[in-house]
Design a protein around this ligand. Structure first.
Ligand code: HEM
Length: 506
């Protein structure tokens, strides 16, 4: 009797009087596996169909093993989760693999909601990704873009095609390397390989994460050992970078202050992010709560958050432009007319169509199609459904960007002009378009990423005409990964557009 009284009173506490408990609709599940067998290779593509079949257009409840997972499929539902219930859904679920790779989640992307996350994010926004910092890195970005253009020019002169899917990630990796660590690691391709392996491990499915009874499988297949090995090797690499940074600081104790003054005037070399963190840790511990591992974890976030995302966005933008010659021509005319002989960030405000093209690409190809998982911190009623604390939340940014309810009859069509008729923007206020997420966990690197994408794209379309290699069909499928890059590499043949011709468009 006592037990049944406890159960009844706890149910009463959970349910508002007169309401029946209502779970979001779910497709039938299997014992042990739950719905894992239905997720498929491309969950962002599978979920909309699955949700439709089980009558769950907005919110669908799945089970990964025994773990409840709420799939958010519409802008209405995303608003409920990331605005109305943003605070209680701002946690991230703990994942064994991420925890090993990111120093016990001492980074920002994977940090649990709490004081560590709040302070790290503040540090990042104020000191690493601020507008001042972005401005100070401008010469460095432009230099790297110049090198990219020269590489393409060399291929064009030899009449060769270029593999943009290979070139663009190297370019963004070089940019982040220089900004974060103060130099490139060109000669050290081990670094890029390691980074690629980390990205792969992040999303790799470890069955033990969801079905604890099967955690021995990850040990048996060697998955756990691989994670340990990669974590160790990347840690050794970052230890080297910290030593270099410490040596730089040793040389000039007030270096950052001095350089930051120069940065303000736009004269100096940008201070590497790792130096900024080490100096704050040394001189202003009240501003920097991070220990040694915390600094390495945050630096790692800059790579994980800032390299593949930006190159993937560039890769898809170029793909859509090659597929839509009308849009390519209109964009080239704008850039060649407005940006003049030198494209620098100051000219960017004139390039309105370029911004529409990028926005439309993020709608159809959000680099992170399923936003990184969140986790509900307490029981909640979301859109009339009862969702329990601990439920993992997956928001389908890809599905939302193609929802006919928000995007009209032809949501699959690549049409940058659609943004002339709407004020919808991608900075996290409009839930129809959330390639950078929204709410407290929204991406803090939006301006930082766009600063690279916009100038690089402007240069690529101004300096070259592009065509597909003879007989090649342009596939538009994405691959599985932390970011949804192209499955088939984008090969393209560039032709140099002489400066005289560009000028004549002006
Ligand atoms: C086109 C470029 C980029 C895209 C599409 C992108 C996308 C995203 C997305 C979808 C999230 C998760 C938001 C959420 O959970 O609601 C995120 C978080 C994050 N991004 Fe970005 N990002 C980009 C560039 C960058 C850059 C350049 C950096 C830094 C150098 C960066 C650093 C981060 C960090 C630190 C977080 C974690 C925020 C948190 O959990 O509090 N991102 N990004």
């Amino acid at each position: 009797l006592i037990i049944s009284n406890i159960i009844i009173s706890s149910m009463k506490r959970r349910l508002p009087a007169g309401n029946k408990a209502r779970k979001p609709p779910s497709p039938p599940k299997l014992p042990i596996l739950g719905n894992l067998h239905q997720v498929g290779k491309y969950p962002h593509r599978t979920f909309p169909g699955l949700a439709k079949r089980c009558g769950a257009p907005d919110l669908m409840l799945l089970h990964f093993g025994s773990r409840p997972v709420l799939v958010v499929s519409t802008s209405k539902a995303a608003r409920e989760v990331m605005k109305t219930h943003d605070l209680i859904s701002s946690d991230r679920p703990e994942r064994k693999t991420a925890k090993k790779l990111l120093y016990g989640n001492k980074d920002i992307v994977n940090a649990r909601y709490g004081e560590h996350w709040r302070l790290s994010r503040r540090l990042c926004v104020l000191h690493l990704l601020s507008n001042k910092k972005i401005r100070s890195c401008r010469p460095l970005r432009e230099e790297e873009i110049g090198l990219l253009v020269n590489r393409i020019r060399t291929s064009a002169q030899a009449g060769q095609e270029v593999n943009l899917s290979a070139l663009l990630p190297c370019f963004t990796n070089d940019v982040i390397c220089r900004i974060a660590l103060g130099r490139k690691y060109n000669t050290n391709s081990i670094f890029r390989d390691l980074l690629a392996e980390i990205m792969e491990l992040f999303i790799a499915f470890s069955v033990g994460e969801f079905i604890p009874q099967l955690s021995w499988v990850s040990r048996l297949t060697g998955f756990d050992a691989r994670v340990d090995r990669v974590a160790r090797r990347f840690d050794e690499f970052l230890d080297g970078a910290v030593l270099e940074s410490a040596a730089r600081l040793e040389k000039g104790s007030n270096m950052i202050e001095r350089k930051e003054e120069e940065e303000e005037e736009g004269e100096g070399q940008a201070v590497p992010l790792i130096d900024v963190l080490l100096q704050l840790q040394r001189d202003s511990p009240e501003e920097c709560h991070l220990d040694g591992d915390g600094i390495k974890a945050v630096i790692m976030d800059m790579f994980i958050g800032g390299t593949d995302t930006t190159s993937t966005l560039l890769e898809w933008t170029m793909s859509e432009l090659m597929k839509h010659p009308r849009v390519m021509k209109k964009l080239q005319e704008e850039v060649r007319r407005e940006a003049g002989v030198i494209i620098c960030e100051e000219n960017l405000h004139k390039l309105e169509y370029l911004k529409l093209v990028i926005k439309e690409t993020t709608r159809l190809h959000p680099p992170v199609p399923l936003l990184p998982p969140r986790q509900l911190m307490q029981d909640a009623t979301i859109m009339g459904y009862d969702v329990s604390a601990g439920t993992m939340i997956l928001t389908n940014a890809w599905g939302i960007g193609r929802d006919p309810a928000d995007w009209g009859e032809s949501p699959e069509e690549f049409l940058p002009e659609r943004f002339l008729q709407t004020k919808v923007d991608f900075i996290g206020q409009d839930f129809e378009l959330i390639p950078f997420g929204a709410g407290r966990r929204r991406c803090p690197g939006i301006s930082f990423g766009l600063a690279v994408v916009e100038v690089a794209l402007a240069n690529l379309v101004r300096d070259f005409d592009w065509r597909l290699p003879g007989g090649m069909r342009l596939e538009m499928t994405e691959c599985v990964g932390l970011t949804a890059r192209r499955d088939v590499p984008l090969l393209a043949v560039p032709t140099i557009v002489p400066a005289g011709e560009r000028a004549s468009v002006q």
